[in-house]
Design a protein around this ligand. Structure first.
Ligand code: AMP
Length: 429
């Protein structure tokens, strides 16, 4: 049978038991981020289109080509969030969060949307886990943020990480470099692609992000951003790297790393993991000191990162202490009694008191009319360990019959004691 409806191109259904891994990753993020003083924020998936134009920048690929924007029924232009720094910044300003005491540390987890060409590791609906540290100029907080990120990735079993860092400098450093880069590229204008030619006018730094091999060759001889850093920017970057090193985080200078958004300043970074192929960037982040003021808020410095959760899961080997949850252990079957009797018994077994730490069993009950034999076969095929049978005689006697689906043995036990005989031992698996 072919399905009449399919999921939209570039989106995915996440199915059980893979969703269990997603939950564990997110629980680990919450645990690690809490330990560094971060609180969760959940902003809407829909924002005004203007917010992204202002925060992400007109000249970026995101705003230029990748946004899911549409008019609502009243003609307002809305956009499915392509990233979350804009929304978090908007919420920060709107709620006057500077009043909470600085720095404010926030993290988020959720779906994001970009109209990109789908391939492995690149989707139109994808998920990010991100954090923002607002109200501290760094450089020590830059190091702390990356330390937290590395700890989180280590907790997921990533050991082969590459941390790339760079400084895009303060405003004056970038202005000087922009001119130098423009002068260098101008004579080669005809060799540039359409996007890069436009960026030569609007924002030449963006050209450094190019994936085009010919443009990359050309850029190999371009002036380097680090030669244009002001003394303050250089000191900030040096102190940041010293702090990062002091925390034991190995990292590498990547002079061509500029990152896509307009408001990045000073520290920028990326982390990649082995085994992701072409889409190996797992995390991107950086300092965006001008953004909050641009959104009409206080002129506060900020730094953040976003992890691609889809890629994280693709690259991850689940830690050994994350067993896939086992199917329910117990199936309750009523024989010749009203269906509600098996419902009641199942609920009793789930909630029975047991010794601390043993945890109640997961229990299903038979709701269909099929034969006992078919039911038992089904229960065994679904990985149930026990069947608990209840008929008229058992109801009258206050007992149940516990059948071990592995050995076929069965015995009658007092109803109140049944749950105690249903604990799965480690050796059972
Ligand atoms: P960005 O917001 O572009 O800096 O992206 C941060 C991270 O999100 C990247 O390093 C990727 O891991 C992930 N990411 C970005 N775009 C996509 C996408 N279309 N599909 C899957 N992951 C993505």
């Amino acid at each position: 049978m072919t399905a009449r409806h399919r999921n939209v191109k570039g989106t995915r259904d996440l199915l059980w038991p893979e969703t269990h891994l997603w939950s564990r990753v997110e629980a680990t993020a919450r645990q690690v981020f809490h330990a560094y003083g971060y609180g969760e924020i959940r902003t809407p998936m829909l924002e005004e289109t203007d917010l992204f134009i202002r925060a992400v920048g007109q000249e970026t690929d995101i705003v230029g080509k990748e946004m899911y924007s549409f008019e609502d029924r009243k003609g307002r232009s809305l956009t499915l969030r392509p990233e979350s720094t804009a929304g978090v910044g908007r919420a920060f300003v709107q709620h006057g969060m500077e009043g909470l005491g600085l720095p404010v540390k926030l993290f988020y987890i959720g779906p994001h949307f970009r109209y990109e060409r789908p391939q492995r590791g690149r989707y139109r609906e994808f998920h990010q886990i991100g954090a923002e540290l607002i109200g501290d100029p760094g450089p020590t907080s830059d190091a702390e943020l990356i330390l937290m990120l590395v700890r989180f990735l280590e907790a997921l079993g990533f050991l082969d990480l590459t941390v790339l860092v760079n400084s895009v400098g303060d405003g004056s450093s970038r202005a000087a470099y922009r001119e130098a880069l423009r002068s260098f590229l101008e004579p080669h204008r005809t060799g540039l692609g359409e996007d890069s030619r436009r960026r030569l006018e609007t924002n030449p730094l963006r050209i450094l992000d190019t994936k085009d091999p010919a443009e990359r060759d050309l850029l190999a001889n371009a002036p380097r951003l680090d030669e244009f850093l002001s003394a303050e920017s250089r000191a900030h970057f040096g102190d940041f790297r010293t702090a990062l090193g002091a925390c034991g985080v190995t990292h590498r200078l990547e002079p061509r790393l500029v990152r896509g958004l307009d408001y990045y300043a000073l520290t920028v970074f990326e982390i990649s993991a082995a085994g992701l192929g072409a889409q190996d960037a797992l995390v991107g982040g950086g300092r965006y000191d001008g953004l909050l003021a641009e959104l009409g808020g206080p002129d506060l410095p900020a730094i953040g990162f976003a992890i691609g959760e889809d890629r994280l899961l693709e690259a991850m080997t689940p830690p050994p202490n994350w067993p896939v949850p086992r199917p329910p252990e117990v199936h309750v079957i009523g024989i010749g009694v009203p269906g509600v009797e098996s419902l009641r018994l199942a609920e009793e077994l789930r909630n029975a008191d047991r010794a601390p730490g043993t945890g109640g069993p997961a229990v299903t009950s038979e709701l269909s009319e099929r034969s006992l034999k078919a039911t038992l076969r089904w229960a065994a095929s679904q990985g149930r360990r026990w069947a608990v049978l209840v008929g008229e005689a058992e109801l009258a006697a206050g007992t149940v019959t516990v059948k071990d689906l592995r050995t076929g043995e069965q015995r009658s036990v007092p109803r109140g004691e049944a749950s105690r005989s249903l604990v799965r031992k480690e050796s059972d698996s």
